[in-house]
Design a protein around this ligand. Structure first.
Ligand code: C2E
Ligand code: CA
Ligand code: CA
Length: 733
């Protein structure tokens, strides 16, 4: 083979994208020609353009790869071209069928560049050796035949013949030497096996590969070096096939004389002289490195790099297998647990990604301990894990494991010397029979997990079809909510906030309502969270700001009294890049000043997005708008952050005010919140004041302002206008 001439590879595939991929991998080293059907491939080959190797797709319309291979093998001019099948089919039977058809190797789709190149390279190398060998064998027999004829024919011309004979035997002698050289020094371990299946010869590489000296190699016990029955069988089959005239290849595990295992590929092919199989060559190649590489690739494809446990792909594949096993055996029981960590994002944002990664690893370790050996544990991505519990017989048993996991997740973790606490919410699917696909089962486990989160986190929930209905309801609300914006169905209600001491009206909190054409007035509790999840909160939030500003300026035009408008702001809305810009624009467009607007945030917004939130809050304060913490006391009982944020007001959650009359404890809590706020110079509003007594108590505790049904319920714009024109003091009845 001339080094300068590239070897020619014919790619046969009906899918252009596949051709592109293979062409991309090979075009640098090889001369590529392409056929997009079996017929086209045969035309090319029969036209005399014989490639050195063919990459053949199996699944093609009209004529599949097997048929192409069969026709090529049936033709004397083309039966020597090595064929590698490129296929997504991976069953053993398929492989066997392929080798039966004369394939020399398989490449699996999606193709992997290094493996493809390595396989093609080794096949081409093999082909070169084989070409040389068969050329020599042919040449030798041809020469011998020729010289015999010459002997008979030219008996009388002895003198001349003697000369000829000398030349011929010299040539034969030379060829023999070439052959011996090639055989003995081949980098492949080669054995030559006779028709009686006894080893006739073996080369040095063979001895090196298996550690056996030539004299050790016992014929009828071939391969001596293999400890496994399966390997023996494979090699025996190979020899049998080759003796019957067919080429075969296998990959198998063998043992070196010193005891360690090696991975080898074995290629057997018949040596035919005058169309009769005379012997069989087996070429052995050490593929241990390649196998290791493949194993590594395989591991990478199915495992999560960070935690070392299975990944989503492996999990769904396993789950699909379980589902189909269950279809065959209805008593086969299993369950799926989907785990999502609560507040993980908080750790990631505040302590950094490295700490987050470390936490994930530690959580994975802790959960692993709660499981049995045959349970499959996987990381689906982010802070989401999943478990496939095999032999999950009873719900009690599943509950016990789920409880164990929630407990383990809730116990403290030490990261960089710091104690970190999180928890886990788990969704469980135990009725697995109704599912056909992993995806739909995981979706339901996810739904159950969200219910666990909604019910207060750090717990588990079994999936029930009721959850589906509520999810469906959410979906309907979502579609309708999109239309609500366009159709102008959203309205703002306004709830007065008064100064407790003077009873003077200070302003209003704008509370959204949805005037639904069929459902009537829909409260925000039924649609705000959906709006947040779907991102609809962004246009809705924009509208609230615009509408709130517009209504406030209308009121201000009626009175010289200072009034503020409280607007509720959700996390997504607040985190928008242009939130401050938009807010500023709306305020000035309405003709208000920023001090007229008070934004209400929840504690969680501040806690979960600390750095980002902090920066933005300062920008807002510099702009001049007032900032209040809503539902104070329900989120993080840590009060230290109050000093960190540039806030003006806290709104004490309704639940504390509500409990004041009955529980002394709540009184104490309200008192201490107020004391703290006063010491930090923050103004205070008590939410949900429903009785005279509550109002009096709050006055005693020096709470600044109040809002609640006792003062006034949230009201539509029309009622507000009417009320406002009657009296300034809402309590002066
Ligand atoms: P919130 O910000 O805590 O609003 C106060 C809620 O308490 C309002 O419920 C109000 O009607 C209710 N309320 C006021 N006084 C009393 C009382 O004396 N007793 C009782 N039991 N309840 C009282 P609403 O209007 O249903 O709003 C619920 C939540 O929806 C709000 O809680 C707020 O988080 C959210 N929300 C309302 N409007 C908006 C909005 O425009 N944007 C955003 N992002 N969220 C909003
Ligand atoms: Ca509020
Ligand atoms: Ca509130």
């Amino acid at each position: 083979m001339n080094d300068c001439v590239k070897e020619k590879i014919l790619i046969v595939d009906d899918t252009p994208a596949n051709i592109d991929v293979l062409g991309g991998i090979l075009s640098r080293d090889y001369d590529i020609c392409v056929a997009i059907s079996g017929h086209m491939a045969l035309d090319i080959v029969n036209s005399g353009e014989i490639p050195d190797l063919i990459l053949l797709d199996i699944m093609m319309p009209e004529m599949d790869g097997y048929e192409v291979a069969r026709l090529l093998k049936a033709n004397q001019n083309t039966n020597h071209i090595p064929i590698i099948f490129v296929t997504a089919k991976v069953e053993d039977e398929d492989e066997a069928a392929g080798f039966e058809m004369g394939a020399v190797d398989y490449i699996r789709k999606p193709v992997n560049a290094p493996i493809t190149l390595a396989r093609i390279k080794s096949q081409l190398e093999l082909k070169r050796y084989r070409d040389q060998l068969s050329w020599m064998v042919k040449e030798k027999s041809h020469k011998v035949k020729h010289s015999q004829q010459a002997l008979v024919k030219e008996k009388k011309k002895r003198i001349q013949v003697q000369g000829d004979l000398k030349n011929t035997s010299e040539q034969a002698h030379k060829n023999q030497a070439y052959f011996r050289e090639l055989f003995m020094n081949s980098p492949y371990g080669i054995v030559l096996i006779g028709r009686d299946k006894k080893i006739l010869n073996s080369n040095k590489s063979f001895s090196d590969l298996f550690g056996y000296a030539h004299s050790d190699i016992v014929l009828n016990d071939f391969p001596t070096s293999s400890p496994q029955e399966r390997t023996r069988e494979k090699i025996k089959d190979l020899v049998q096939k080759a003796l019957a005239g067919r080429t075969g290849k296998t990959e198998t595990e063998c043992r070196h004389k010193k005891g360690y295992t090696i991975q080898v590929s074995a290629l057997a092919y018949p040596i035919k002289i005058d169309d009769v199989v005379q012997a069989v060559f087996i070429f052995f190649e050490d593929i241990t490195q390649r196998k290791l590489f493949e194993q590594k690739l395989h591991h990478q494809a199915f495992h999560d790099v960070l935690t070392g446990i299975a990944n989503r792909r492996y999990f769904t594949e396993q789950l699909d297998t379980f589902l189909s096993m269950q279809k065959k055996n209805l008593s086969f029981r299993f369950a799926v647990l989907l785990i999502d960590l609560d507040r993980f994002k908080n750790v990631n944002d505040s302590l950094g990604h490295q700490a987050g990664d470390q936490l994930l690893k530690m959580v994975a370790e802790k959960i692993k301990v709660c499981l049995r050996n045959n349970d499959l544990f996987a990381r689906l991505g982010g802070d989401e894990f999943a478990i496939l519990l095999s032999d999950a017989d009873s719900d009690d048993q599943i509950s016990t494991i789920a409880e164990r996991i929630t407990k383990a997740a809730a116990s403290p973790f030490i990261i960089n010397g710091q104690e970190v606490r999180i928890s886990a919410s788990i969704g469980v699917v135990n009725q697995t029979l109704k599912y056909d696909k992993a995806d739909s089962l995981i979706r339901d486990a996810d739904l159950a997990m969200y219910h666990a989160k909604d019910s207060g986190k750090a717990q588990f929930q079994f999936f029930s079809s009721r959850m589906h209905e509520s999810a469906l309801m959410c979906l309907t609300i979502e579609t309708e909510l999109r239309k609500a914006l366009e159709r102008d169905e959203l309205v703002l209600y306004f709830q007065p906030i008064i100064n407790i001491k003077s009873k003077v009206l200070e302003g209003f909190e704008a509370l959204i309502r949805w005037r639904h054409p069929h459902r009537g007035m829909v409260q925000p509790g039924q649609f705000i969270s959906i709006a947040e999840e779907t991102g609809l909160i962004l246009p809705i939030g924009d509208w609230v700001i615009q509408e709130g500003c517009r209504r406030l300026i209308e009121l201000k035009q009626k009175t010289s009294q200072p009034l503020t408008m409280n607007l509720n702001v959700s996390i997504k809305q607040f985190l928008q890049n242009d939130f401050t810009v938009k807010l500023k624009r709306e305020i000035s467009k309405a003709g208000l000043s920023p001090q007229d607007i008070k934004l209400e945030f929840t504690e969680s917004l501040l806690m979960e997005h600390t750095q980002q939130a902090l920066k933005k809050l300062y920008v807002l304060r510099d702009l001049g708008v007032k900032l209040a913490i809503d539902d104070f006391g329900t989120g993080y009982s840590s009060l230290s952050y109050l000093q960190k944020f540039p806030i003006d007001q806290i709104k004490i959650d309704r639940s504390f005010i509500n409990a004041m009359e009955k529980q002394k404890e709540s009184c104490e809590i309200v008192k201490s919140i107020l004391a703290l706020a006063n010491s930090l110079n923050l103004s205070t509003v008590a939410e949900g004041v429903e009785t005279q007594l509550q109002l009096e108590q709050l006055l005693n505790f020096s709470c600044g302002s109040a809002q609640g049904y006792f003062i006034a319920k949230p009201m539509p714009w029309e009622s507000l206008q009417r009320l406002y024109s009657k009296s300034r003091s809402f309590l002066a009845k």
